[in-house]
Ligand binder design. Structure first.
Ligand SMILES: [Zn+2]
Length: 321
């Protein structure tokens, strides 16, 4: 897969290609952008290009090095991911990475370490990584992937070369969905809109359960069971999934507001639920909808600050019903 295959991220791809062509590599790159826009895809292509046996700018995908990297078994290319219930990158992962950096490469020209979710490093991890960034080992490239710079130490950010990733346009996602999955344009538009500029999200919608999850949370909160509020499926889910579901809920209520004010189905994000939205929007005043949307945002903030998920959601529900 060549650099140009990463849809909509030409600037980022060109910057990395040029670094290889000019043989001017930074020790560390920081890929910044929302989830699902191609950061880890491009990091993988970069790692392959740096080690491809054909030594051209784009990886050949056929040599042993490219194949090993694609299947995640190259001894000199590693990806570190958040772990555990809190989904953080802990000190053990960082120390393990630093230990393997200090060794000579087994077979690579350039060792590559990808830290996917660099904004979820613990403070201890970040401090340790900072020392490595201050004295980077030779023939090694670190690639940090992050969506939220506010969660990162400024000293780390300043020691990396920044590479910006952007949300994609609705058109380009739609085009990709039509080409890749053979969807008709109406369905492709509906999914492109729902995925809000993230191709990864759109693929998840098609291949996974994102729309099902959205329907579940809307049902949970708009038609709660008679028995009470004890059975919300979200209580046991990881925080980022709860956050994603609350986003979907907030967007649904925003659609109710938009439809109530405009009566125009074309403006909706949840195009596939236009009939439900027309029905539900009559049940709430604009003021009520605004209050609901801000209480969802407040619950998201609480959950981000590590509040108990059940308490935050129960409190939010009091404001919805
Ligand atoms: Zn190759």
């Amino acid at each position: 897969m060549s650099f140009n295959k990463v849809i909509g991220q030409d600037l980022a791809a060109d910057l990395l290609k040029k670094a290889i062509e000019d043989n001017r590599l930074a020790h560390a790159y920081l890929f910044i952008g929302p989830e699902g826009v191609g950061k880890s895809l491009l990091a993988g292509i970069f790692a392959k290009a740096l080690n491809c046996e054909k030594k051209e700018t784009s990886p050949c995908e056929e040599c042993i090095s490219c194949k090993k990297i694609s299947s995640g078994i190259h001894p000199d290319v590693a990806t570190i991911l958040p772990e555990g219930k809190s989904l953080r990158i802990g000190i053990d992962s960082i120390r393990k990475m630093e230990a393997s950096m200090s060794l000579k490469p087994y077979e690579a020209r350039t060792k590559v370490f990808i830290i996917d979710g660099a904004d979820s490093m613990t403070e201890e991890s970040a401090n340790s990584l900072l020392k490595t960034l201050e004295e980077p080992p030779k023939d090694t490239v670190m690639i940090l992937l992050a969506s939220n710079l506010f969660k990162m130490q400024p000293t780390i950010i300043s020691r990396c070369q920044k590479v910006l990733f952007h949300p994609l346009s609705e058109r380009s996602i739609m085009k990709e969905l039509v080409e890749r999955y053979g969807l008709d344009e109406k369905k492709a538009l509906c999914i492109a809109r729902f995925s809000e500029g993230r191709l990864g999200k759109a693929v998840e919608v098609i291949e996974g359960r994102a729309l099902e999850d959205r329907n579940r949370i809307i049902d949970d909160f708009l038609s709660p069971k008679q028995a009470g509020y004890e059975d919300t499926w979200l209580y046991g889910e990881p925080r980022d999934k709860v956050n994603e579901a609350l986003n979907a809920l907030a967007v649904y209520f925003r659609d109710l507001l938009v439809f109530g004010l405009s009566g125009d189905e074309k403006l909706l994000v949840n195009l596939d639920k236009a009939a439900d939205i027309a029905r539900d929007s009559a049940k709430f005043s604009a003021e009520k909808l605004e209050a609901i949307i801000s209480s969802i945002a407040a619950a998201q903030e609480e959950i981000r600050r590590n509040a108990n998920i059940k308490i935050a959601l129960s409190f939010m529900r009091l404001n919805i019903t």
